[in-house]
Design a protein around this ligand. Structure first.
Ligand SMILES: Nc1ncnc2c1ncn2[C@@H]1O[C@H](COP(=O)(O)OP(=O)(O)OP(=O)(O)O)[C@@H](O)[C@H]1O
Ligand SMILES: [Mg+2]
Length: 256
């Protein structure tokens, strides 16, 4: 297991009181239709959903059911064909390009399935990358990188480049990078897809700890039943629509 600094101490000092009733993300009649070779694919069909502050939500569903398309629209990476995405009081669709870029940088953390770490930067520089784009003080950025990499058991890899890290270590760095600037929410597209079960459990521990201690809202897609079992809310997608949306007992998803 990864040696985290203990959850109890962190919770004691930083415990974040989330308010699950207040939606931070609202999807209103959201649809996405792709047209390729004159064939229309209805990837997401008229989805209306709310996500509350501090939620830890899995989007499950078969391959091709529309999970990635949905996450990309929530994050402003892809544009809806119809419908709206609201984050707090802001309609992402009504933003101009500059506003949308700043919004993506400051409010959202992304974890892609393929890590997307920058190969020329060290682990610490990758984690601090977004803070650097935000022109935050160097010292604050370095301290935050160190804090997060230590929290995920990689304090001895600060100056190592991604090609010298295992897949699981790279994915943990990718999650740390998504979180470093304390975004309001983190979107992760199949974050455990390339990991063995021990690494997947470690990554989930880390995401849960940060959800609980920093109040970050997590929305992640997954095929993995073990990951689904640890979510607080599970939304099952099928054919571009929500087929099931259920809350799970919160006590069962505590890190082991
Ligand atoms: N850029 C695109 N152009 C055309 N069709 C697309 C495009 N992206 C996705 N699709 C189609 O939209 C549907 C939903 O795809 P999406 O990637 O959202 O599914 P998914 O649930 O994430 O699947 P997986 O579990 O395999 O990642 C699929 O039928 C897919 O072929
Ligand atoms: Mg996908």
């Amino acid at each position: 297991m990864i040696p985290y600094f203990t959850r109890d101490i962190v919770s004691h000092f930083f415990h974040y009181h989330s308010n699950y009733d207040m939606p931070v993300i609202q999807l209103k009649n959201l649809s996405k239709t792709y047209t390729s070779d004159a064939i229309e694919v209805h990837a997401v069909r008229n989805v209306t959903l709310n996500f509350g502050e501090g939620e830890f939500t899995a989007i499950a569903g078969a391959s091709g059911s529309g999970k990635t398309t949905l996450l990309n629209m929530i994050g402003g990476i892809d544009t809806p064909s119809t419908g709206e995405v609201w984050v707090g009081p802001k309609n992402i669709g009504a933003m101009n390009d500059k506003e949308r870029t700043a919004f993506r940088r400051d409010t959202i953390g992304f974890v892609f399935q393929s890590y997307n770490l920058l190969p020329v930067l060290t682990a610490a520089e990758n984690v601090g990358f977004i803070m650097e784009l935000q022109k935050r003080p160097k010292r604050e950025t370095e301290e935050r990188s160190f804090e997060l990499l230590s929290a995920i058991g990689l304090s001895d890899k600060l100056n190592v480049r991604p090609n010298k890290l295992s897949g699981g270590q790279q994915q943990r760095v990718a999650v740390a990078r998504a979180l470093a600037h304390r975004p309001k929410f983190v979107i992760a597209d199949e974050p455990t897809a390339n990991l063995d079960s021990a690494s997947a459990a470690g990554l989930l521990d880390m995401m849960q700890m940060l959800n609980r201690t920093e109040g970050i809202t997590f929305i992640f897609s997954t095929h993995d039943q073990r990951v689904i079992d640890r979510a607080q809310r599970v939304i099952t997608f099928g054919d571009g629509q929500v087929q099931n949306d259920e809350q799970h007992d919160e006590t069962r998803n505590l890190p082991q």
